[in-house]
Ligand binder design. Structure first.
Ligand SMILES: Nc1nc2c(ncn2[C@@H]2O[C@H](COP(=O)(O)OP(=O)(O)OP(=O)(O)O)[C@@H](O)[C@H]2O)c(=O)[nH]1
Ligand SMILES: [Mg+2]
Length: 309
């Protein structure tokens, strides 16, 4: 299971720009005209996870498979999309199936990029709130049930740390999480290597990229946790699970057969395993727990499933 997130918003809000940044590739065309995106695009994005990287470094398997989030970029919505205006309506079906919505809101100023309808100054609070209302109304009229939503304010880079008030207002008014992200800058950073990126973050006084914040927020919003499996020296994998789900659910996530033939799960927290240094030592020290199918999986558990024939 990869968590799926649909990117919605008005035409020209910067959806494809954000999508490309997430995908680290320019999969969707972006342009300063509305309706640049016609066909929906999907990108499977690995979840950044320090512990997972450390676990891979420790085990050194042939393959490391991170947990992923699938993002779907669709055509921009316009007023009366539910009546068939514009293109976005055709793809609302895609949004029906996703676990969460990222609602991109234009908050950057750029005269070259037209806004599809507003009579307010672009970048003003009025325009931003009106845009959100309009898109939410179209989603509702288009028959999309209310889903967990992250509002992404697509801001100019110097505003990323300066929209606290507006963030609060939107959170209260629309009951969703709000993140300010400089979409264009994040897209431009696709071309930088990790050292250059780190320098850039330092200069901008960012702790982490907006994209990482976005994925973490999606995890939080959907109440997800991560667990890890180690398959001999072959494969270390990270998986997502809903908080409160059991060892049996986790087994089913890895393999339907694992759930059917589940006997026991050997479990250790990743930090303990990293401290101890090897599975064998951890077992000898009695630090690996033996759990039944009802065990509630904890965030960052490393699990070895014991299954029957
Ligand atoms: N200055 C500035 N321009 C941006 C930003 N984000 C996107 N743009 C520009 O705005 C234009 C529209 O961006 P897109 O990502 O194509 O917008 P979209 O929401 O996918 O648009 P449609 O597919 O037409 O609905 C492009 O020219 C982008 O380069 C930003 O943060 N700042
Ligand atoms: Mg687009």
């Amino acid at each position: 299971m990869s968590l799926s997130v649909g990117i919605v918003g008005l035409a020209n809000a910067g959806k494809s720009t954000l999508f490309n940044a997430l995908a680290s590739r320019r999969l969707s065309e972006t342009a300063p005209r509305p309706f640049t995106t016609i066909d929906p695009h999907e990108a499977v994005v690995p979840v950044h996870d320090e512990d997972f990287h450390r676990l891979c470094d420790l085990i050194k398997p042939e393959k490391c498979v991170p947990a992923t989030v699938t993002f779907i970029d669709i055509a921009g919505l316009v007023k009366d999309a539910h009546k068939g205006e514009g293109l976005g309506n055709q793809f609302l079906g895609k949004i029906r199936e996703v676990d969460a919505i990222v609602h991109v809101v234009r908050a950057f100023s750029d005269e070259k990029v037209s806004h599809p309808h507003t009579s307010h100054p672009v970048g003003s609070e009025h325009q931003i709130l009106e845009d959100i209302e309009l898109v939410n109304l179209e989603l509702e009229l288009g028959g999309i049930e209310k889903k967990p939503t992250i509002y992404v304010l697509n801001v100019d880079e110097e505003k990323v740390n300066q929209v606290g008030q507006l963030t609060k207002l939107i959170e209260e008014k629309f009951k969703g999480e709000v993140l300010a992200i400089a979409g264009k800058l994040e897209e431009e950073m696709i071309d930088l290597d990790n050292v250059e990126k780190a320098e850039m973050f330092k200069m901008l006084q960012w702790e982490r990229s907006g994209l990482e914040r976005l994925i973490l927020e999606a995890y939080k919003l959907l109440d997800l946790i991560t667990f890890y499996t180690i398959k001999g020296e072959k494969e270390v994998s990270a998986w997502s699970l809903k908080k409160g789900e059991t060892a049996l659910d986790a087994a089913g996530r890895v393999h339907t057969d694992f759930a059917k033939k589940f006997i026991k799960a050997e479990v250790i927290n990743v930090k303990s395993l990293l401290d101890i240094g090897s599975w064998k030592d951890a077992k000898e020290k009695g630090r690996v727990g033996l759990e039944g199918k009802d065990y509630v999986v904890q965030d960052k558990d490393v699990i070895e499933f014991k299954v029957g024939q």
